[in-house]
Design a protein around this ligand. Sequence first.
Ligand code: ADP
Ligand code: ADP
Ligand code: MG
Length: 649
Amino acid sequence: MFKSVLIANRGEIACRIIRTARRLGMRTIAVYSSADARALHVRLADEAHYVGDAPASASYLAIAKILAAAKSARADCIHPGYGFLSENAEFARACAAAGHVFVGPSAAAIESMGLKDRAKALMEKAGVPVVPGYHGERQDPKFLKEKAYEIGYPVLVKAIAGGGGRGMRRVEKHADFDEALVAARREARAAFDDERVLLEKYVNAPRHIEMQVFADNHGHVVHLNERDCTLQRRHQKVIEEAPAPGMSAELRAKMGAAAVAAARAVNYSGAGTVEFIADGAGALRADGFWFMEMNTRLQVEHPVTEMVTGLDLVELQFRVAAGEKLPLSQEKVRLDGHAVEARLYAEDPDRGFLPSTGRLVALEFPAGEGIRVDTGVEAGADITPYYDPMIAKVITHARTREGALERLSDALDRTIVVGPRSNAGFLAQLARAREFREGKFDTGFIARNLAVLTEKRQRDASAVALAAQTFIERERTRIAALAESDADAPPSPWDEMAGFQLGGERITSLPLMADGEPLTAQVHYDARGAMVTVDAMPPARDAKIIEAGDAIYVVRKGRQTRVVRRRTEHSGGVDTGDGQIRAPMHGKILSIFVEKGTQVTRGQRLAIMEAMKMEHTLTAPVDGVVVEVAAAAHMQIAEGALVMRIESE
Ligand code: ADP
Ligand code: ADP
Ligand code: MG
């Protein structure tokens, strides 16, 4: 076995790799950017090397800097994790050339599967069913449009270099094709510096089912069963599970054989995932699945496979890379119980899932039987805009699917994320959704049920009441302390509260701000103390209080409410609707569709900006005339900066 490993990654996956490497007796070597100097993976590793500035291109993607760190640390091998350089053939080659074993497949295998068109052509030759469509060389729009017509709508335009759900557009009808192609190309060029696309038939009621494969350098290839990653938002996985609901032994064997054939076709080595799309319109059928792509690395969702097979996939990766034989044959691969994973993100489901950056004021996870949490951050850390804003993966296991989902939703309820917004509440709702529980779902499930799943929660009055009660208790403690020390009691900043000790019955109101909205708690004092209500609701009992400076956060069922005291009724800061279009977050303006003087109607598209892997459309809040355009295409823009002004009519 290797004596040392450099982990060319960050976040939860770097921490997860360190865990196994340490157990195997390796010296663990981390790399970090200036944004990650105090990150968990840096502290967990035996040593850490600075590799550059915060942007990934200057650090985690900078091959020369990472190899320099590996050289000075004398790393036996390099584990790339997922993302970043994990599927970069040049990097795999450079590692080997510098004398460090790359923990992954050969550069040639990465290249064969790196572009979706080539991969599909190769799979066709290997007898693996592929999604019908066009994946040839020609790229002129007119030709592609004809092909789309031949394939039959709906079709999917896909960047051949794509990943992470980017560079993909579903087209419903011929008239929409040109615009979709332009959009897919624009996104592909920006993300992958390659605008070539392929076309695919859009599979009906799609289920994403993928096979984990493992190969060694001695000709053995096995599959470790499937994962179902159908629950997606914008083609990105949200909840994953193993086994796939409705999977028959026959289909598993057939899909497993196809995945093994795919791996063999490229002389694969190590951990890989063969992704299939299955027709989920009725029951899954043995002739109803097609190859989409192969990911030549460890997958984000590998823990669900670990939980049902009892294997440590990172350990297997190291063993295979060190030249050992796979320790198990296909018949020995277990499939015990059911496992589910939810990706916990710093994002705001109430605001279109915008990434939510900032300091993690509190972060707590439940522990217990059948619960695993993989994270790369702790309370006090910052979620920065530089990298993927995933906070953790919450994984649960139980004997049955129902049991695993129950455990997951319960674990998410007990997860405390304070500071940045998180999708914990959304994920918990999703894990409880009735149809999903019944196994009736496809990749459109989240989009179809978005309104219910992200239902703009009415103000959580009892959460605010709990915060109000806490403010009062705080004040009481403060006054008691002052009385005891017999100091010159300064006047309470909250004068009306000072009278509560008099014992007489009275009612006062307590002005508060809850999530930026002004509201008022009623406080009823009598001989027994203070009784607080908000909108006639008493304080919540099933919530957790986190005090941070002047604010109190109440976390309840995965959702936080931030409450501060308000001095007057007028400090609301509520949207004034003054026609100012401001950037909702840090990002880049891609296009602007209007100019000074353009007449616009409410809801009209004004500009597109890109931020954190996604495009966001800015629309007109009112009918009116554009009186100022303050931003321009290709411009970087800060959160809150003015994009344009519209004067309403
Ligand atoms: P997977 O297929 O492993 O589930 P996804 O397809 O959801 O992962 O991820 C999309 C792309 O973004 C992949 O290339 C993945 O490796 C990368 N990625 C996802 N999360 C992160 C992260 N936290 N840091 C870096 N890259 C990431
Ligand atoms: P990426 O490299 O971005 O992961 P994939 O080709 O794996 O791209 O596709 C991502 C997701 O898009 C899939 O998980 C699936 O939900 C959806 N998808 C891809 N191809 C099709 C298709 N032909 N029909 C329906 N959905 C598809
Ligand atoms: Mg994929």
